[in-house]
Design a protein around this ligand. Structure first.
Ligand code: GTQ
Ligand code: FE2
Length: 368
């Protein structure tokens, strides 16, 4: 009898019923509260991790903790203070910084949780995804879709840190986590400027290989979205005088599967934002959670009206239905990853503009 006991001090018959219900692992709905809340109740809280501190602590881990053969990834996970010590950034997303020193390799493996990397600065690391070597440079988005083999190599002379996001908490909640370690990787694979996936699918807007219909896949066949293309697309949006972005001062791109326009992976939506000083994009709240990585610029994010100053490398957790707005002191480039494709597929996606950009009352750090 592990179930909760309900009590009815004044009524012996009712008390007897509750005792027998508990003995049979049943609970009376009329005594339960907090289930069908008027709006989403989140355990995760809005939160910001400092990029400067993440870099320093990553470096210290790099000095002290080897990633040898058979070792793991040297990863510092974002642990949301609302989630009771679990290593998760939000209810559905794992966020982390990974540090790989010169000459180090993170060994091959695969898992059903899908992963992506967004490179905050530096260059020189390459990641092998199902045999395709992808170079990693500042601003690049690299995909490691569900169950693809991957390993990271840093053949250069400088350490590198990047932002990892995985749908691990979601896949764990769905009780579908599988993991498999790989074998010793073959001797140094030749790393080209463009991966195989980029040579096939990264030729340019609307240019796909003419080799018949692509085999239907659950994820984008393009595995690297290089910064130069992202940066140019943001500039083009802002340069279009008739466009929304020029009017509001907020450019927003969605990284898409080039063959069908869908999100890059079934569980995660990736976007790149450029906010110009004085932009007029309203505060928004949405169902589902997201993580934001500040790539360039400085300013602040307002989470439920509470101001968090942000600088490059800062990482921000936005739980479901939290209003979020950005203040750009200088042009801010922000990468975001969310579980929106899941919410949309399940017809649970909602979003709305929140009229008040700033509230003076501080949000409680824990909501219960
Ligand atoms: O780089 O393969 O942050 O497997 C967590 C789990 C990174 C990775 C993470 C992983 C990886
Ligand atoms: Fe992994």
């Amino acid at each position: 009898m592990a179930t909760r006991r309900f009590h009815s001090p004044g009524d012996a018959d009712l008390a007897g019923l509750y005792r027998d219900l508990a003995a049979k692992d049943l609970q009376p709905l009329w005594e339960l509260s907090g289930l069908l809340t008027p709006t989403p109740r989140t355990k995760a809280v809005p939160y910001r991790w400092s990029g400067k501190e993440l870099r320093e602590l990553g470096q210290r881990a790099g000095d002290l903790v080897p990633v040898g053969r058979g070792g793991d990834r040297r990863v510092l996970s974002l642990s949301n203070p609302g989630l009771n010590g679990s290593p998760y950034a939000t209810a559905t997303l794992w966020g982390a910084v990974q540090y790989l020193g010169p000459g180090e390799t993170a060994p091959a493996h695969r898992h059903t949780p899908a992963a992506l990397r967004f490179v905050l600065d530096g260059a020189g690391v390459w990641t092998l995804v199902n045999g395709d070597p992808l170079s990693m440079e500042a601003g690049d988005l690299i995909l490691t879709p569900s169950w693809t083999w991957h390993e990271h190599h840093n053949p250069g002379s400088t350490p590198m840190t990047w932002f990892d996001a995985l749908d691990l908490p979601l896949v764990e909640a769905l009780e579908s986590v599988f993991f498999e370690p790989g074998h010793e990787s073959a001797a140094a694979t030749e790393v080209r400027t463009r991966s195989l996936s980029e040579r096939r699918y990264g030729g340019g807007p609307g240019l796909l290989p003419n080799d018949g219909a692509p085999a239907p896949a659950a994820h984008s066949p393009l595995l690297r979205y290089p910064w130069h293309a992202t940066d140019r697309a943001l500039d083009l949006q802002l340069a279009d005088a008739q466009g929304n972005a020029a009017r509001t001062g907020h450019a927003c791109l969605r990284f898409a599967d080039p063959t069908n326009g869908r999100d890059v992976m079934p569980t995660m939506r990736c976007q790149m934002h450029r906010y110009l000083p004085g932009h007029t994009a309203p505060a928004m709240r949405r169902t589902g959670s997201s993580l934001a990585a500040v790539f360039r610029g400085s300013g602040a994010v307002l989470l439920n009206g509470v101001r968090y100053d942000v600088a490059p490398g800062d990482l921000v957790a936005v739980p479901s239905w939290t209003s979020v707005a950005v203040i750009a002191e200088e042009s801010v480039d922000l990468f975001t990853v969310s579980d929106a494709p899941v919410l949309e597929a399940l017809a649970l996606y909602r979003e709305e503009a929140v009229p008040d950009r700033v509230t003076s009352e501080p949000a409680p750090t824990r909501r219960y």
